[in-house]
Design a protein around this ligand. Structure first.
Ligand SMILES: [Zn+2]
Length: 331
């Protein structure tokens, strides 16, 4: 049973591959951040190694070992913490391991996360293996930036395009596989904005919810603060960016969702908002903005994201953001 909120089309493609015994040598899973790409990759690794009939069963020794990261035939390849690319040395190690027969399962599986971060040399090296794939080896590449994948690699992989699942599918998954009671499953699904991976993580990690709330409160607080406080906060965010880029991108994305919610409230569609926990505050302030200023805020956040990705000075980029957001208190 697939443990993932994913389109029927994707799951039936995978089932067909498994039942026919024609598993491709490589899958490329694409889709937005936190949509469940890594979970699906792990599920596929389970499915090809599962010893039951209904694959992946999730309960045979092989499935359990893979879920706990204890299966010796499953390898994960990511950018090393202090690096910006997946190196050619890492791919050399993959090639060496791929030349060996599976140790305990049916397939050796190499999950290459954020495959857009392969260095050019590493990508070319991987391509050689994909061109002459060893038997009983499966590569699963994941990325949220398919345009950055070498076209020659792209064409060697079976493509799985994941989309943001509906809140109802996420809620059903949280209830069924993560023991969440109905109301909480629905709440988490809604505030996750389609990021099923985040919603699943929230089931076991309370800190994620606390961090989310803090990020929302920061924005509401800054609205009432003077400029020097906003610039001080920009400096704080910039310092944080040095430690965790992901956290800052999460903040920008969450703040974007606030302005999206304000537009919905302004157009009388408050039942569709994401950020239910600050609904009262949003309703109070919606009249203070115009639709144009909300759209402007969304664009400003998007541009900050792009500037950071293009290696702009983080502090400068965030100060420009503070100047661009449509604060109503400007004293
Ligand atoms: Zn199994």
């Amino acid at each position: 049973m697939w443990n993932i909120a994913c389109s029927e089309r994707t799951l039936s493609l995978l089932d067909t591959n498994l039942k026919s015994g024609r598993v491709p040598h490589a899958y490329l899973i694409t889709g937005p951040q936190k949509v469940g790409k890594s979970t699906l990759a792990l599920n596929i690794a389970q499915a090809v190694n599962c010893t039951s009939i209904d694959r992946p069963c999730g309960s045979c020794t092989s499935c359990v070992k893979i879920a706990h990261g204890k299966h010796s035939d499953i390898s994960h390849v990511y950018v090393a913490k202090d690096k910006t690319e997946i190196s050619i040395e890492q791919i050399r190690d993959v090639q060496r391991a791929a030349s060996l027969k599976p140790f305990e399962g049916k397939f050796r599986v190499f999950i290459i996360g954020n495959a857009n971060q392969l260095s050019t040399e590493a990508a070319n090296r991987l391509l050689k293996t994909l061109e002459e794939p060893p038997d009983q080896v499966l590569f699963i590449l994941t990325t949220s930036k398919p345009d950055d994948i070498l076209q020659t690699i792209f064409s060697r992989c079976a493509l799985i395009e994941m989309e943001k699942p509906k809140a109802s599918s996420i809620a059903a998954l949280l209830e069924k596989s993560h023991s969440q009671e109905h109301g909480r499953a629905e709440y988490l699904a809604r505030i996750s904005r389609g990021a099923v991976g985040w919603a699943v993580d929230c089931c076991s990690n309370e800190r994620l919810l606390a961090r989310r709330e803090e990020t929302l409160r920061d924005l509401l607080r800054l609205e009432k603060e003077p400029w020097d406080e906003r610039f001080a906060f920009a400096a704080e965010l910039a310092a944080g960016y040095g430690k965790s880029k992901e956290e800052l991108y999460d903040t920008l994305s969450l703040w974007q969702s606030v302005w999206r919610d304000l537009i919905l409230i302004r157009s009388g569609e408050s039942e569709k908002i994401f950020n239910l926990d600050i609904e009262t505050e949003l309703k109070e302030s919606a009249a203070s903005y115009t639709d144009e200023s909300c759209v402007g805020a969304i664009k400003a956040l998007e541009e900050t994201w792009l500037r950071l990705e293009q290696n702009a000075n983080p502090r400068l980029a965030l100060e420009v953001l503070m100047l661009s957001l449509p604060w109503t208190h400007t004293s």
